[in-house]
Design a protein around this ligand. Structure first.
Ligand SMILES: Nc1nc2c(c(=O)[nH]1)N[C@H]1C(S)=C(S)[C@@H](COP(=O)(O)OP(=O)(O)OC[C@H]3O[C@@H](n4cnc5c(=O)[nH]c(N)nc54)[C@H](O)[C@@H]3O)O[C@H]1N2
Ligand SMILES: Nc1nc2c(c(=O)[nH]1)N[C@H]1C(S)=C(S)[C@@H](COP(=O)(O)OP(=O)(O)OC[C@H]3O[C@@H](n4cnc5c(=O)[nH]c(N)nc54)[C@H](O)[C@@H]3O)O[C@H]1N2
Ligand code: SF4
Ligand SMILES: [Mo]
Length: 715
C-alpha cells in the first residue's frame, strides 16, 4: 500500500495529449499533480507514434512554466513595455488597423503567418476571418521559405495544393531521399514519428535507403548509400535520372498511363540532361547517376522524396516537379510502397471550405513576384515596407512567426519593421520580431488548449485520427489564439462598417469535419467495424484511432481538370530550358542549413534543458577547407555574403562535402530588446543575416536559402 497523501496534496492524474511542436504529432502521456507536471512520456498506444517522442516533448513543460512567456497583453510606451487588459488591447489594435486601412487601403496592412500557426488548429479555423477583414494582398507566411514548390507542384499536377504524395515508408523497398534529414527533423511533408525504427524495418525486409546531401547527415548515417551533392545540383541529378529512364526505355507508368498527359514533352525536355553533363554539376559520377536511375526504376516498390534541401534552393520547383515525375513514370505512384495520397478523417481537400489554390492572380507591387494561394513570397516583404508609393505596407500583423530570424536578409527586415506606423503580434514571446510590435497579444500555451491536427494527418505515412482535451484549464484571464483572432476580426469589422462574423468554435468545426469526412456517419461504408467518427468518438479514444495504411485513390482523389495529370507544366519546362543553358556554377564556398533534434526553428532556445551542453550553432567546415584558408578548428571566423557579414565559431567536420559550409537557422538572440533570458545566454548568430532576398526559385519565388555563395575569413 502506498503512503497516505497529505490532505492538501492533489491527486496524481494521467492525461493523454499530442505534441504539436513538429510534424510528427507524437502521442504523449502526462503525469500531473495539480498544476505540476511530473512526467511527459510517449503514448505507447498511439497507433502512429507508438510511444516515440524526442527531447522537445519534455520541453513542453519548460514552455508552460517559462517565466519569460507572456501571459498578459503588452503595450509599448515611452517608458518601456506595459501590461494592459484584454479589452483595451483589442480596442487599440482594432482602432489603429482600421485607421490605417481607411486612410491608405487594405494593402497598407501586411500579415505574416509563422510556422506554429499550422500546428495550432484554432489558428487554422479562425485566422481566415481576420484576414478577410484586412482585405490585403500583402499576405506572407513561412510557406515561401519552406514548402512552396511542393504545394505549387501538387496544385499544378494534381489540382490541389494540399494533395501531396507521401512516401509509403512502411512498405517501400527503395527509399530515395534528397535534402531531408528526418533523423533530426522527425520528418516533414511526411509525418513519420519513429523514423529510426521504420528504417530498421525497411532494412529488415531487404529494402534500401539512398541519401543525397552535401552533408553526411544523421539520416545519411543510417542509409545504405550516401552521395554528397554540390548544393543546388539536385535538379541536374533528378533530370539526368529521368533522362536515363527515358533513354533506356525503363519507364513503366503501368495503370497510371491512363491519366498522364504530356510525357513526350517531358522526354524532350530532359533529353539534354545526360549523366555525363550532370556529373560536374552535381559532383556525382555519371556511372553512379546511371546506376541510381536503373535501380530506382527496377525496384519492387520505390519512392523518391525531397524536402528542405531541394525546396529552398534556386531550382526548387524543378526539383519538386522532377521528384513527382520520377515516381509517376516508374509507376511508383498511388501504389503500396510508392508515393501515395492519404485519406485523413477530417479532409481539407474534400470539404466545403476546400481551397485548391491559385497562382499568379496578382503580383507583388515592387518586384512583380506571383502570389500563390493568396500569399506573396516573403522575400519581398522588406521592400514592400521600405519602398514608398501607393500600396506601401505601413502596418504589420504577425501571427506565430519570427520572420526577422527566419526569412532572407533578416537584418533588412529588422530595419523595415522599425519604420512601421503600427505593428501587432500574436505571440507568446517578446523576441527578435515582436520587439517591433506596438501591442503583443499572447495566447494560451499548448498545454492549455485542446488539439486536433488539422494539417499533418494529411501528410502522415499512415491514416489515423486523434483529439485531445487540454491538459490544464486555461487561466481565467487568458485567451486562446482563436479567441484573439476572432475578437480582433470582429472589432475590426465593426470599425470598418462591415458585419462582424462569429464562426463556430474550433472543436465544433472539427466535429462537423469528422462527421462529414470519409469515416463519418455520412460516408462510412456499412460493413465497417469502426464506429463512425465524430468528436465524441475521438474523445472516447484518447490514444487516437488507427485508420489503416495508405490506399490507392486514383483517379477519384485528383482535383485537376478532367482528373488528368498534365506533366508538361509550362513554367517548369521553361525553367528546365534555362537550367540547361546556365554556365557551370562558379567555384567558391556554398552555405547550407541544418537542423538539430534539440532545437525547433527560432523559438525553443529559452528551454535550458534543450540548449545546455556544447553549443550547436557553429559553422561546420571540412578540414581541407579550413587548412586552405589557414583557419583553426574552434576559432571565430567571419562569414560574408552579398548582404551581410557575421562572426561565428568554426568547427572542423568531415561530415561536410569539401567546398560546402553549414550553419543552422533560428539563432541570433543577442538583438537588443529581446526578453528571452536563457536564449540570450546561448545567443548564436542568425544565418538569415547572410541569406539573400534576391536569391529565389524563379518559378515560385520561394527563397533559395541553401547553396548561398559565401566567403569565410579569419576573424
Ligand atoms: N536559413 C534558413 N532559414 C529558414 C529555414 C532554414 O532551413 N534555413 N527554415 C524555414 C522554415 S522551414 C520555417 S517553417 C521557418 C519558420 O519561420 P517562422 O514561423 O517565422 O519562425 P518560428 O521560429 O517558427 O517562430 C514561431 C513564432 O511563433 C511563436 N509561437 C510559438 N507557439 C505559438 C502559439 O501557439 N501561438 C502563437 N501565436 N505564437 C506561437 C514563437 O514565439 C515564435 O515567435 O523558418 C524558415 N527559415
Ligand atoms: N528538431 C527539429 N525538427 C524540425 C524543425 C526544427 O527546426 N528542428 N523544423 C521543422 C520544420 S519547420 C521543417 S520545414 C522540417 C524540415 O525537415 P527536413 O527538410 O527533413 O530538415 P532539414 O534539416 O532542413 O534537412 C535538409 C537537409 O538538406 C540538406 N541540404 C542542404 N542543401 C542541399 C542541397 O542543395 N541539396 C541536397 N540534396 N541537400 C541539401 C541539408 O544538409 C539537410 O540535411 O523540420 C521540422 N522539424
Ligand atoms: S518528434 Fe518531438 S517535437 Fe516532434 S511531435 Fe514528436 S515529440 Fe514533438
Ligand atoms: Mo518549415
Amino acid at each position: 500500500m502506498s503512503e497516505p497523501r497529505p490532505a492538501s496534496e492533489p491527486e496524481v492524474r494521467t492525461h493523454y495529449g499530442a505534441c504539436n511542436l513538429c510534424e510528427a504529432i507524437c502521442g504523449l502521456e502526462f503525469k500531473v499533480q495539480g498544476r505540476k507536471i511530473l512526467s511527459i512520456r510517449g503514448d505507447e498506444a498511439d497507433p502512429l507514434s507508438r510511444g516515440h517522442i524526442c527531447p522537445k516533448a519534455v520541453a513542453l513543460r519548460d514552455l508552460y512554466e517559462d517565466p519569460d512567456r507572456l501571459r498578459k497583453p503588452l503595450r509599448r510606451t515611452e517608458s518601456g513595455w506595459q501590461e494592459m487588459d484584454w479589452d483595451a488591447a483589442f480596442e487599440l489594435v482594432a482602432e489603429r488597423l482600421a485607421g490605417i486601412i481607411k486612410a491608405h487601403g487594405g494593402n497598407a496592412v501586411g500579415a505574416y503567418l509563422g510556422n506554429p500557426s499550422v500546428h495550432n488548429y484554432g489558428h487554422l479555423t479562425h485566422a481566415p476571418a481576420l484576414l478577410r477583414q484586412l482585405q490585403t494582398r500583402n499576405r506572407y507566411s513561412a510557406t515561401s521559405v519552406d514548402q512552396l514548390p511542393s504545394q505549387l507542384m501538387s496544385y499544378w499536377l494534381y489540382g490541389h495544393q494540399l494533395l501531396l504524395a507521401i512516401p509509403d515508408l512502411d512498405r517501400t523497398q527503395y527509399f530515395f531521399v534528397l535534402g531531408a534529414n528526418p533523423m533530426a527533423s522527425n520528418g516533414s511533408l511526411m509525418t513519420v514519428p519513429d523514423f529510426r525504427n521504420r528504417v530498421k524495418a525497411l532494412h529488415a525486409r531487404g529494402g534500401r535507403m539512398v541519401v543525397i546531401d552535401p552533408r553526411r547527415s544523421e539520416t545519411a548515417e543510417v542509409a545504405d548509400e550516401h552521395h554528397f551533392i554540390r548544393p543546388g545540383g539536385d535538379a541536374w541529378l533528378l533530370l539526368a535520372m529521368l533522362q536515363v529512364i527515358f533513354a533506356e526505355r525503363l519507364e513503366k507508368p503501368g495503370r497510371l498511363a491512363e491519366w498522364l498527359d504530356g510525357l513526350d514533352e517531358v522526354r524532350a525536355a530532359v533529353a539534354p540532361f545526360t549523366p555525363e553533363r550532370a556529373a560536374p554539376q552535381t559532383g556525382i559520377a555519371a556511372e553512379d547517376i546511371r546506376r541510381l536511375a536503373r535501380e530506382f526504376a527496377a525496384a519492387e516498390a520505390a519512392v523518391c522524396y525531397g524536402r528542405m534541401g531541394v525546396s529552398v534552393q534556386a531550382f526548387g520547383s524543378v526539383c519538386q516537379w522532377a521528384i513527382q515525375l520520377l515516381n509517376l513514370v516508374t509507376g511508383n505512384f498511388d501504389r503500396a510502397g510508392g508515393a501515395m495520397f492519404t485519406s485523413p478523417a477530417l479532409d481539407l481537400i474534400d470539404s466545403p471550405a476546400s481551397r485548391p489554390g491559385h497562382f499568379g492572380k496578382w503580383q507583388s507591387r515592387v518586384s512583380g513576384l506571383p502570389e500563390f494561394g493568396g500569399e506573396l513570397p516573403v522575400a519581398v516583404l522588406a521592400e514592400e515596407i521600405l519602398t514608398p508609393g501607393e500600396g506601401q505596407i505601413r502596418a504589420m500583423v504577425t501571427m506565430a512567426g519570427n520572420p526577422i530570424l527566419s526569412t532572407p536578409n533578416g537584418a533588412q527586415l529588422d530595419r523595415a519593421f522599425a519604420q512601421l506606423e503600427f505593428m501587432v503580434s500574436l505571440d507568446i514571446y517578446l523576441n527578435e520580431t515582436t520587439r517591433h510590435a506596438d501591442v503583443i497579444l499572447p495566447p494560451t500555451s499548448a498545454l492549455e488548449h485542446d488539439h486536433y491536427d488539422l494539417i499533418f494527418h494529411h501528410f502522415a505515412v499512415r491514416n489515423s485520427a486523434r483529439y485531445n482535451q487540454p491538459l490544464f484549464e486555461k487561466p481565467a484571464d487568458a485567451r486562446h489564439d482563436w479567441e484573439i483572432l476572432s475578437e480582433v476580426g470582429q472589432r475590426l469589422a465593426t470599425k470598418l462598417g462591415n458585419k462582424p462574423q462569429n464562426g463556430p468554435r474550433p472543436d465544433q468545426v472539427v466535429d462537423f469535419g469528422l462527421q462529414s469526412g470519409p469515416y463519418g456517419a455520412a460516408r462510412r461504408s456499412p460493413d465497417s467495424s469502426m464506429p463512425p467518427l465524430s468528436l465524441k468518438t475521438l474523445k472516447e479514444h484518447p490514444h487516437g484511432i488507427d485508420l489503416g495504411p495508405l490506399q490507392p485513390s486514383l483517379p477519384g482523389r485528383l482535383r485537376s481538370e478532367g482528373q488528368r495529370i498534365r506533366c508538361a507544366v509550362p513554367l517548369v519546362l521553361a525553367d528546365i530550358e534555362r537550367l540547361a543553358a546556365l554556365p557551370e556554377t562558379a567555384a567558391g564556398l556554398r552555405l547550407i542549413g541544418r537542423r538539430h533534434v534539440r532545437s525547433n526553428n527560432s523559438w525553443m532556445h529559452n528551454s535550458e534543458r534543450l540548449v545546455k551542453g556544447k553549443p550547436r550553432h557553429q559553422l561546420l567546415m571540412h578540414p581541407a577547407d579550413l587548412a586552405a584558408r589557414g583557419l583553426a578548428d574552434g576559432a571565430p571566423v567571419r562569414v560574408r555574403s552579398r548582404v551581410g557579414e557575421i562572426t561565428v565559431e568554426v568547427q572542423s567536420s568531415v561530415e561536410m562535402m569539401p567546398g560546402v559550409v553549414s550553419l543552422p537557422h533560428g539563432w541570433g538572440h543577442a538583438r537588443e530588446g529581446v526578453r528571452l533570458g536563457v536564449a540570450q545566454a546561448h545567443a548564436g548568430v542568425s544565418v538569415n543575416d547572410l541569406t539573400d532576398e534576391r536569391e529565389l526559385d524563379a518559378v515560385s519565388g520561394n527563397a533559395a536559402l541553401n547553396g548561398l555563395a559565401v566567403e569565410v575569413l579569419a576573424a
